[in-house]
Design a protein around this ligand. Structure first.
Ligand code: PEP
Ligand code: MG
Length: 555
């Protein structure tokens, strides 16, 4: 029998087969059925369901660390809040309601009163509704909305996944991810690569051909999902270790290029250490607080940063201040929905609106640096103007952080790089956003993936002019976008003048190997060829042909 394969965009390599488990959509309110058993019996049913929800949440919390763990522990407490049980019991007695609609209405009443009080209490409303959904699901036997909970490892199938959902996935339980929407450089895709989970996105409507529970086979390198006749042996995960770096990054003729890692938490920082990273070129701090309901206090922030810094004493750790907004809304910042979020309140603009949040963060980073002994620098995301760069640098200095740089992610910032680097200690080019803004192609939209390609010579020209500005000002320029993780493109970036490359830990080995067999003059020659091309496909093909066989590295 011929196998049926769905085709999407490959975003994270690897193969895996297993039962499909669909993300469960939002739950409708249960119908207002009458009470069928005595009220005290029904109250005990609710109490038992609430206790079971609490224990489920605590079990899940044990598998998590940091902020994700705290959120789950806090939600577990909300599940057994006596006010919820009292209010549901009163509704059952007074209105003769069955347990499920009584819990629904009681929780809704509590959530709405929190929302009316506003401020931090309003944030608790989401937790109340989350436990409501879980208790009602227990009472009615329906699946709990959100990430599926299964006894065996599964392939997660979802319309779309937020970075917050992806960050809490347990790689021991989730074999692979497949989604209808999503783009290759979305934060969800980046997290999948960091977690080493095979992932295929942008499968569109064909995703609905996957039935919950059927065995599917995912090929994250080719972007295919087999939905029948799956032989698990064909999808056995490769047993090869993640290739690690043989030594410090350098070209074949010894020109040093620092090979650093992009991380979002302690686990990915450990993976970076194992892979031989020379340091951390991008610590995405928002990843530590995606689920925090309130701004984390100084002690919590210091502890979270130290979990990464302590692994790299005496080595560079570049901490990016919060990059909230667009596909990473941080709950505690109360960002309003926007028609065009990637062009709206995100990155450093959010800091401008909440100066206290940035200053607290800089204070916490400075303290974590003193306590850890890592060689810490800070940088601001999504800086668009010279004035923003100047302001950020001044605030970092005031907090006791002398090494303050900026991410170059907006074409205007690349074009102003000379003036920006006259103020900032270094620049790190965020090619994911620089590509999205240069091509005006949303990085989270799979259909635009062909357009949002960092090989586009227009993007490479902006990299080149930023590097020239860095050379004139005597300031280092690195790359921390996904472009640095593509060995052939990494060679071009070095040829354009970047002095460090920061990437997902698993990319370090292949990038280090290709760089180590290419001389600096060859990097420059290939960069020149790429710049002269008219489009990304042309540039990629020309450089790959120029590099010769990459097959021995499986590239
Ligand atoms: C980038 O935009 O390339 C970058 C490094 O930051 P992020 O992917 O987190 O937006
Ligand atoms: Mg960015």
């Amino acid at each position: 029998m011929d196998a049926t394969e769905l085709r999407g965009i490959p975003v994270s390599p690897g193969r895996a087969a297993g039962p499909a488990a669909w993300m469960v959509g939002p739950q409708p309110a249960p119908p207002p059925l009458p009470l069928a058993v005595p009220a005290d019996e029904a109250s005990s049913e609710i109490a038992a369901a609430a206790a079971a929800v609490r224990s489920d949440l605590l079990t899940r919390a044990e598998r998590q660390a940091g902020a994700a763990r705290e959120v789950l522990e806090m939600t577990a407490t909300v599940a057994v809040d006596p006010a919820l049980l009292r209010s549901a019991s009163a509704l059952m007695e007074r209105h003769n309601l069955a347990p499920a609609p009584a819990v629904w209405q009681a929780a809704e009443g509590i959530a709405q009163s929190f929302e009316e009080k506003g401020g931090l209490l309003a944030e608790r409303a989401a937790d109340v509704r989350d436990v409501r959904n879980r208790i009602v699901a227990r009472l009615t036997g329906a699946p709990v909305p959100g990430l599926p909970e299964r006894d065996v490892p599964f392939v997660l199938v979802a319309e779309d996944l937020s970075p917050a959902d992806t960050a809490t996935l347990d790689p021991d339980r989730v074999l692979a991810l497949v989604t209808a929407l999503g783009g290759p450089n979305s934060h969800t895709a980046i997290l999948a690569r960091e977690l080493g989970l095979p992932a295929v996105v942008a499968l569109g409507g064909s995703l609905h051909r996957i039935d919950d529970g059927t065995t599917v086979g995912v090929d994250g390198a080719h972007g295919t999902v087999r939905i029948d006749a799956v032989d698990p042996a064909d999808f056995a995960p490769s047993t090869g270790r993640v290739p690690s770096l043989a030594g410090p990054g350098r070209t074949a003729d010894g020109h040093p290029v620092a090979l650093l890692a992009n991380v979002g938490d302690r686990d990915s920082a450990r993976a970076a250490l194992t892979a031989g990273a020379e340091g951390i070129g991008l610590l995405r701090t928002e990843a530590l607080f995606l689920e925090a309901a309130e701004e984390p206090d100084l002690a919590a922030q210091v502890a979270a940063y130290r979990e990464v810094m302590d692994l790299f004493p005496g080595r560079p750790v570049v901490v990016r201040t919060l990059d909230a907004g667009a596909d990473q809304p941080l709950r505690f910042l109360h960002l309003a929905p926007e028609p065009n979020p990637a062009l709206g309140m995100r990155g450093y603009r959010v800091a401008g609106r909440n100066p206290g949040v940035l200053d607290h963060q800089l204070t916490a980073i400075a303290r974590a640096e003193r306590e850890s002994g890592a060689d810490v620098a800070v940088m601001a995301p999504m800086v668009s103007t010279v004035a923003e760069a100047e302001e950020f640098v001044a605030r970092a200095h005031a907090a006791g952080l002398p090494r303050a740089g900026v991410l170059i992610e907006v074409p205007a910032a690349a074009l102003h790089a000379g003036a920006i680097l006259a103020r900032a200690a270094f620049a790190s080019i965020g090619t994911n956003d620089l590509t999205q803004y240069t091509l005006a192609a949303d990085r989270t939209v799979g259909q635009l993936a062909r357009l949002a390609d960092s090989w586009d010579p227009a993007v490479l020209r902006l990299v080149e002019s930023t590097c020239l500005a860095g050379a004139q000002q005597g300031r280092p320029v690195g790359v921390s976008g996904e472009a640095a993780a593509d060995p052939a493109l990494a060679v071009v970036l070095v040829g354009l003048g970047v002095s460090s490359l920061s990437m997902a830990p698993r990319a370090l080995g292949p990038v280090g190997a290709v760089l180590g067999r290419t001389t600096l003059s060859e990097c420059r020659r290939l960069a020149g060829l790429a710049l002269a091309c008219e489009g990304p496909a042309d540039a990629r093909a020309t450089v790959r042909a120029g590099l010769g066989a990459l097959d021995d590295l499986g590239l």
